[in-house]
Design a protein around this ligand. Structure first.
Ligand code: PGA
Length: 262
């Protein structure tokens, strides 16, 4: 089956940049990508600012007709009501948010979000027309005990129990030991797990859905290693943390096709 999956580069800002800083950053990023004559239809670029920045960034993207995509870092599994501090997927959708991170290891670890919470957030995203970017990945201990693919594949299966098989998703494989550590997985390791995740998608959602779903790698992605990941057949993009906060660095990552040897 011949399929083309448009590569997706996602910048997860985490808890960085307030709304004023976000506006300045997105303006610079837009100029930088424009200067580089970036073709957004060949590589999709999406920013994931903190929730308090979304309105400002959305207004800017809208006013200046910028082609950058907009994602949120989290959503509630509920739609509305007495859930203090939570943010409904409906509110995100009203801000033209397209993607939402679900199951990031920092939420699994620091906020005790287990597979059941992840599954209900994936369902909430789907209900509101948001594409969940489902993050999966093993810790160093998991890797030692279970090998490379078992934990990420089990997390993916568990995350999809409450949505129809044809629900649009993006999967991000992020080994926990590679996040923020400066020690990225090797391209071969990333390929092995991304291929196993796609195999699992074949079983869960069928070959067509599996062939069109983007599976990203994340964990210490920089401009000097992005091209090596994107050369792998089952790696369709990257979820970038630290390096997404530097305009030149993030531009270079989005422009990975201009790197030598790609
Ligand atoms: P990093 O973070 O690029 O800083 O390793 C990735 C992530 O947590 O999504």
């Amino acid at each position: 089956m011949v399929t083309t999956r448009t590569p997706l580069i996602a910048g997860n800002w985490k808890m960085n940049l307030d709304h004023l800083q976000a506006i300045a950053f997105v303006q610079k990023l837009a100029w930088s990508l424009k200067d580089a004559k970036h073709d957004f239809s060949s590589v999709e670029a999406v920013v994931f600012p903190p929730a308090t920045d979304l309105r400002s960034v959305q207004t800017l993207l809208d006013a200046d007709k910028l082609e950058l995509g907009l994602g949120a870092q989290d959503l509630s599994s509920h739609d509305s009501g007495a859930y203090t501090g939570e943010i409904s997927g409906a509110f995100l959708r009203a801000l033209d948010v397209q993607y939402v991170l679900v199951g990031h290891s920092e939420r699994r670890t620091l906020h005790s979000e287990g597979d059941d919470v992840v599954a209900s957030k994936v369902a909430a995203a789907h209900r509101h027309g948001l594409v969940p970017m489902i993050c999966v990945g093993e810790t160093a201990a998991d890797l030692e005990e279970h090998g490379p693919s078992a934990v990420p594949v089990a997390q993916l299966r568990a995350s999809l129990t409450e949505v129809p098989a044809d629900a649009e998703i993006v999967v991000a494989y992020e080994p926990v030991w590679a996040i923020g550590s400066g020690q990225a997985a090797t391209p071969e390791q990333a390929q092995q797990v991304c291929a196993a995740l796609r195999e699992a998608l074949v079983e869960i959602a069928g070959p067509e859905r599996a062939a069109t779903t983007r599976v990203l790698y994340g964990g210490s992605v920089k401009s000097n290693n992005i091209a090596s990941f994107l050369r792998e057949p089952d790696v369709d993009g990257a979820l970038v943390g630290g390096a997404s906060l530097d305009v030149a660095e993030f531009t270079s990552i989005v422009r990975f096709r201009s790197h030598v040897g790609v």
